[in-house]
Design a protein around this ligand. Structure first.
Ligand SMILES: O=C[C@H](O)COP(=O)(O)O
Length: 250
């Protein structure tokens, strides 16, 4: 089954009105293969500006949301608010949320459930830390993380979930996983879905790679069978490089 290649740009806590305008203009004028879907994830304050000015065939994503639809949760943003702004996507379980803000596997699973139930599409992140890879625990860690998500979902919910495999040691370090390293884990994750959810879900679910993706590394990475796209951090803030990454796939 053909899975449409997806390139996501996660700005993290970076950007400004000016940068948002620059990236929107570049994407609005950009040309790429119809076989590639593009989603960008600016910080909350820029979501509306970006959604209102960006071409409609490019998705806009939040970088987080809460499990509840409204209430006394100071500082949080609900799925309903995202929908109110016509934001169709949310990134959940990013390693920075897990490590800096202490989000547990279970909490990430609950957020994914809440977002899918609200009708949002989710990019759900998993990935091991350096020491875990060194200790031979990569598979155990990503299986534990994906299980906590799957535990909250019905098989049909997977139609709106994309997995992003982001080894923590490769994020923002310039130390990109080799295509073989990434392919190996993507294949394990797909196998996990086949065994624990269904073969159909395993075949249809897109698994993105994230971690120091650049215009240089993208062409080789995208050739791997189980790499269905990228979640790009730093390079998504550079409009021309981001366009080059999108165009690495035909
Ligand atoms: O969400 C994106 C990833 O954390 C990758 O970030 P990076 O491309 O800056 O390494």
């Amino acid at each position: 089954m053909a899975r449409k290649f997806l390139v996501g740009g996660n700005w993290k806590m970076n950007g400004s009105v000016k940068l948002a305008e620059t990236i929107v203009n570049a994407l609005n004028q950009g040309k790429w293969s119809p076989n590639v879907e593009v989603v960008i994830a600016p910080p909350f304050p820029y979501l509306q500006l970006v959604r209102n000015t960006l071409r409609k065939d490019v998705g806009v994503s939040a970088q987080n949301c809460y499990t509840e639809s409204k209430g006394a949760y100071t500082g949080e943003v609900s799925t309903e608010m995202l929908k109110d702004l016509s934001i169709g996507w949310v990134i959940l379980g990013h390693s920075e949320r897990r490590m800096i803000f202490g989000e547990s596997d279970e909490f990430v699973g609950k957020k994914v459930h809440a977002a899918v139930k609200a009708g949002l599409s989710v990019i759900a992140c998993v990935g091991e830390q350096d020491a875990e890879r060194e200790a031979g625990q990569t598979t155990a860690v990503v299986f534990r993380q994906i299980k906590a998500i799957a535990d909250q979902l019905a098989p049909a919910d997977w139609a709106n979930v994309v997995i992003a495999y982001e080894p923590v040691w490769a994020i923002g370090t310039g130390k990109v996983a080799t295509p073989q390293q990434a392919q190996e884990v993507h294949n394990e994750l797909r196998g996990w879905l086949a065994k624990n959810v269904s073969q159909e879900v395993a075949d249809a679910t897109r698994i993105l790679y994230g971690g120091s993706v650049s215009a240089k590394s993208a062409p080789d990475l995208q050739q791997e069978q189980d790499i269905d796209g990228f979640l790009v951090g730093g390079a998504s803030l550079k409009d021309q490089e981001f366009l080059q990454i999108i165009s690495s796939r035909q």
